[in-house]
Ligand binder design. Structure first.
Ligand code: NI
Length: 138
């Protein structure tokens, strides 16, 4: 466990008020915990802005189950990049739609490239990629 450092922050009254209101709405128990998360978020985004940063990610794809050969195409693409893909969860949402959640690990640039290919495949209705780092930077 790292040592804890305390520091004072000078901030406008109105900004502090809005911040307190915001973090209360999100369920934070203290300003310190909210500030720590904001700082980590900033550091993760900063790391992810560099090409080649080691990253982990989840990619959600919603697609039309009836679209011809789509399931096979998505499956082939995932096999082509098996070194980046750790796991895939498939959920049959309703009669017509499937949700696939794909967990990836590797350089951020390679993850984005594979995610773009999967999301732009014809028949995929919605795709969302969420990247983060392993936490070794903070
Ligand atoms: Ni399905």
């Amino acid at each position: 466990m790292d040592k804890i450092r305390r520091f004072g922050v000078s901030i406008e009254e109105s900004l502090a008020g809005r911040f307190d209101e915001h973090i209360r709405g999100e369920g934070y128990g203290s300003r310190s915990e909210a500030l720590r998360d904001l700082i980590r978020e900033h550091l993760v985004l900063d790391q992810l802005s560099l090409d080649g940063t080691p990253a982990v990610a989840s990619l959600s794809l919603v697609y039309d189950h009836h679209q011809r050969e789509l399931h096979q195409t998505l499956n082939h693409l995932q096999h082509d990049h098996h070194e980046l893909i750790i796991s895939t969860l498939h959920v049959h949402i309703d009669h017509d739609h499937c949700l696939e959640v794909i967990i990836l690990r590797g350089p951020n640039t390679q993850i984005k490239a594979v995610a773009d290919r999967l999301m732009s495949t014809r028949g995929v209705k919605h795709g969302k990629l969420t990247l983060t780092t392993s936490g070794e930077y903070f």
